[in-house]
Write a protein that binds this ligand. Structure first.
Ligand code: GLP
Length: 261
């Protein structure tokens, strides 16, 4: 894991966007794993600004959303299909036909998740997976005790996750109880991952992910396993990291040829 601690939330978005931009500049047909939620909005805004400036082109890239609610209509403004369209596809100028979201409205959920996994494999796998982390350590919607081998499937949202996401809905009772999410095994298959976290509410989850034991109780700790995981956090989210000074020292002394910013 590479841990990058930066000043504030804006800087988190800027630095993580540079990482993603470097992948798309190297391969304009890159396959992106797309997270929703508050955490990656700064990434998408930063990338969109560079697209508007003519510095980046996502027209040939494709994408797979990380997760989706079950039980809300496609056109609901908080369905992840709507969020991905609004926050990612349009501002980045992606080709909508190359961006998929798990089908939370499918009558046959089992077939839909198998189909989603097949589509990722057919695309050659995900080149870079963008992630946030929940306050309880979840990534995607892989709640605590999710199997590290799990694939895209239906999950029941933890009460804390429903409460955390209630801010996006008019009434807490409207937050769906179920979702489809790429599994931890799906996420671990990505060529590389970049996870962002901002704010003190994420400090404990970040510490568990980076320095805690590898444990299904903190699904984010699965990111200790892949060869390439970049974690970009602000000072508040880094507050519980025991080795914060070491990560700062490492980043400050990173060889020039390894830098992406
Ligand atoms: C959400 C999403 C995750 C996200 C996490 C944190 O519910 N399903 O993909 O990373 O929980 O959310 P936020 O970024 O809004 O804090």
């Amino acid at each position: 894991m590479e841990i990058i601690i930066v000043r504030d939330a804006d800087e988190v978005g800027r630095v993580a966007a540079l990482k993603i931009a470097s992948v798309v500049q190297r391969d304009p047909e890159a396959v992106l794993g797309l997270a929703t939620g508050s955490s990656p909005t700064g990434i998408y805004a930063s990338l969109a600004a560079r697209v508007a400036a003519g510095e980046l082109d996502f027209g040939r890239a494709s994408g797979f959303a990380l997760d989706e609610y079950v039980g809300i209509p496609l056109e609901h403004p908080e369905s992840y299909a709507s969020v991905i369209e609004r926050d990612v596809v349009v501002p980045l100028g992606m080709d909508a036909s190359k961006v998929r979201v798990p089908d939370g409205r499918a009558s046959d959920i089992e077939a839909a998740v198998v189909d989603y996994e097949r589509a990722i494999a057919d695309a050659g796998g995900i080149d870079i997976q963008i992630l946030g982390i929940g306050a309880n350590g979840h990534i995607g919607f892989n709640e605590p005790t999710s199997s590290f081998a799990s694939r895209t499937r239906i999950k029941t949202l933890a009460p804390q996750t429903r409460a955390d996401n209630a801010r996006f809905f008019d009434d807490p009772s409207q937050v769906p109880t179920h979702c489809l999410t790429q599994g931890l095994g799906t996420i671990l298959d990505a060529h590389e991952v970049v996870l962002v976290a901002q704010g003190s509410a994420k400090a404990s989850a970040v510490a568990g992910m980076v320095e805690g034991p590898l444990s299904a109780m903190c699904p984010g700790s699965a990111l200790q396993l892949p060869r390439r995981a970049t974690i970009v956090v602000d000072e508040a989210a880094a507050a519980d990291l025991q080795l914060a000074d070491y990560y700062r020292y490492t980043y400050a002394n990173k060889p020039v040829w390894q830098r992406f910013e």
